[in-house]
Design a protein around this ligand. Structure first.
Ligand SMILES: *Cc1c(COP(=O)(O)O)cnc(C)c1O
Length: 376
């Protein structure tokens, strides 16, 4: 049977039971389960604020837009980012009419603090740091650069549900942290995400921004009196970005199993490492000391990546690539040639199958093929 890169695992009966509650109650939109999921997420991560959204992509946009308007950043001000990410991280910068400035990555495939430092100018307002595969990389060194210079840190934690560093869930020290619960992430719903701000004030504002700018406090006040439900105010031109109760129902169930699932992912990673280490043609992308990674990905580097990919496909093994150097895309061609490590990595990296349906035998099969076809 074919071995796929990602296959989401849903506890079907439990998910249906939670969804059923929404349907019976007649409440499928914002509120009810979205509130429950926000509370459950805060309890699980220890983060002080959490707002449930329709995706991580919209969360990254909201974070930048909120800071831009709050601090009066100008159109064209700079945000340092990575070329080795899903395009969402960089599109969010363009949505807010800010300029993406690409810095290079280190061996963890996350931003390299030295490269980031070299890109800082008077116009640098924020850094988008991506925890690739669930790893923190040198996040703390990059955060220090931000703190020393009053630059905002936006952590794209799309791969980091359940990642802990020195025992604590990631996200508490970024200005904004954005998680993804998209269908193939390690806490899968169908599409949704969570935005977690450090400041209460930002959490309050993002709730308005994600619901068209409608002042819900007014809404809640008048609604509780029965009449005048329509008497809310619209304080700004917001967006329709909030999450809904059907997705949150699935998220609530998935969250219960997140730690178990992630520990199985770490088991798979250990097996991959055991069976692939010590081979000259195969480099393993390693995890930062002190980081308990969600292990959204297990990545290796080989010289003949495209050939190896085809050979594996012939054997019905379907790995992935995270990611193609974004400066190769027409939209980001301005950054071309500026990040040699990211560029080289993007030609060598391969993400091996990583999901709850992978067994030790599958890992043995995949690794024996990788060892056989990885060339000098
Ligand atoms: C998946 C992903 C996103 C986008 O998440 P959505 O919830 O699908 O919008 C952003 N950044 C990274 C690194 C991702 O992997």
């Amino acid at each position: 049977m074919a071995i796929q890169l990602f296959v989401p695992n849903f506890r079907v009966d439990e998910c249906l039971e939670e969804i059923r509650e929404c349907l019976v109650k007649g409440w499928t939109g914002l509120g009810f389960k979205t509130n429950q999921f926000e509370e459950a997420w805060k309890a699980y991560t220890g983060l002080s604020h959490a707002h449930y959204l329709s995706s991580n992509t919209v969360g990254l946009h909201l974070a930048l837009e909120l800071f831009k308007t709050k601090f009066g950043w100008a159109d064209g001000d700079e945000v340092i980012t990575t070329p080795l990410t899903f395009v969402s991280s960089n599109h969010a910068i363009l949505y807010s009419r800010l300029t993406p400035v690409f810095a290079d990555v280190d061996d963890s495939l996350c931003l390299n603090p030295e490269s980031v430092a070299s890109r800082i100018t008077e116009k640098t307002r924020a850094i988008v740091f991506v925890g690739v595969g669930g790893n923190v990389g040198q996040y703390h060194e990059v955060l220090k650069l931000c703190r020393d210079r009053g630059i905002k840190m936006v952590l794209d934690a799309a791969h980091m549900s359940g990642t802990r560093f020195e025992g604590r869930h990631v996200g508490h020290d970024a200005d904004a942290t954005v998680f993804s619960f998209q269908a193939v992430k390690n806490l899968p719903t169908a599409d949704s995400g969570m935005i977690c701000f450090q400041d209460e004030e930002d959490d309050v504002r993002v709730r308005k921004m994600s619901w068209l700018g409608i002042n819900k406090d007014t809404y809640a006040r008048t609604a509780s009196q029965g009449a005048y439900k329509w008497m809310y105010d619209v304080e700004e031109v917001g967006y329709k970005y909030h999450g809904n109760s059907i997705m949150a129902a699935i998220g609530l169930v998935q969250l219960k199993y997140l730690d178990n699932d992630n520990s199985y992912r770490r088991q798979l990673a250990n097996w991959y490492e055991e069976l692939l280490s010590g081979h000259d043609n195969i480099r393993l992308v390693s995890i930062t000391k002190g980081c308990e990674s969600s292990r959204h990905l297990f990545q290796i580097r080989v010289k003949n990546r495209d050939e190896l990919m085809l050979a594996l496909n012939e054997h019905e093994v379907y790995p992935g690539v995270h990611y193609r150097d974004n400066t190769e895309y027409r939209m980001y061609a301005s950054g071309k040639g500026q990040c040699p490590n990211a560029h080289k990595a993007s030609t060598e990296i391969l993400s091996l199958p990583m999901h709850m349906g992978i067994s030790r035998r599958d890992v043995e099969l995949v690794t024996s093929l990788v060892r056989q076809y990885a060339a000098e």
